[in-house]
Design a protein around this ligand. Structure first.
Ligand code: HEC
Length: 205
């Protein structure tokens, strides 16, 4: 190998390490270390922005109880987080914002990635481990009826013949006539929790 080629290889190797390091470590670090805590103004709170939206619930509100309540505990206990995330990644880390319905209500200009405030009030932030199924941060906008949400839990194959989602029949009891499933209190709590997953409230400038 002539020495020119040698230095060229060293340079290319250097770039192969340096570029990912700059974009994945230095860039995000520089951005996050600039972050300043900032109090919400009265006007923002009155305008319905952060602090009162679905994502930033008042501890006395129904949304808050749903996010930290019985349904959330069942979500944890049943291991939903092994297959579902609740984390819309920043664009540098993946194309979540472009996945249909994942990042919020596009028509209303409310698409956004997850912010730390979105986990406010939740006992455990359910970021998730893997994405075998879709992200559930905004599933409350995609599935809006209790009935459909129950069907998704008790018999996913009836909605999607290729579904890889397990049927959670142990949260239901067979109906007396044997032609359906009646939700237990645990299934009801879980569905209330799922319908409350709406994490697209506006964050102030
Ligand atoms: C083994 C992995 C796995 C586990 C565990 C799992 N799911 Fe799923 N889930 C999936 C897959 C795959 C899909 C996508 C296919 C489908 O829609 O059925 C899905 C879809 C869903 C959907 C529909 C999402 C949409 O956008 O239409 C909901 C709601 C859901 N799961 C809730 C749950 C809940 C609640 C639990 C825990 C009780 C759970 N899942 C556990 C794999 C899983």
């Amino acid at each position: 190998m002539n020495s020119n080629q040698f230095w060229k290889n060293i340079l290319l190797l250097g770039l192969a390490f340096a570029l990912p390091w700059i974009f994945l470590i230095v860039g995000p670090f520089a951005k996050q270390s600039q972050a300043e805590p900032r109090a919400y103004s009265e006007a923002e709170i009155e305008a319905g922005g952060a602090g009162v939206g679905a994502s930033f619930p008042d501890p006395s509100s129904e949304n808050y109880r749903n996010g930290a309540g019985a349904g959330a505990k069942i979500y944890e206990a049943e291991g939903c987080a092994y297959c579902h995330t609740q984390m819309i990644r920043p664009t540098y880390a993946g194309p979540d914002r472009w996945r249909p319905g994942w990042a919020g209500r596009e028509e209303e200009g409310l698409l956004r990635e997850t912010e730390p405030e979105d986990y406010y009030g939740e006992g455990v932030a359910k970021l998730g481990y893997q994405r075998i199924g879709p992200d559930l941060s905004n599933v409350g906008y995609r599935i809006t009826s209790r009935e459909e949400m129950h069907r998704h839990l008790v018999d996913p194959l009836s909605i999607n013949a290729d579904s890889g989602m397990p049927a959670y029949k142990h949260l239901y009891t067979p109906s007396p006539r044997g032609d359906g499933w009646a939700p237990t209190g645990r299934a009801e709590a879980l569905v209330t929790y799922l319908l409350s997953r709406k994490k697209d409230a506006k964050i102030p400038e």
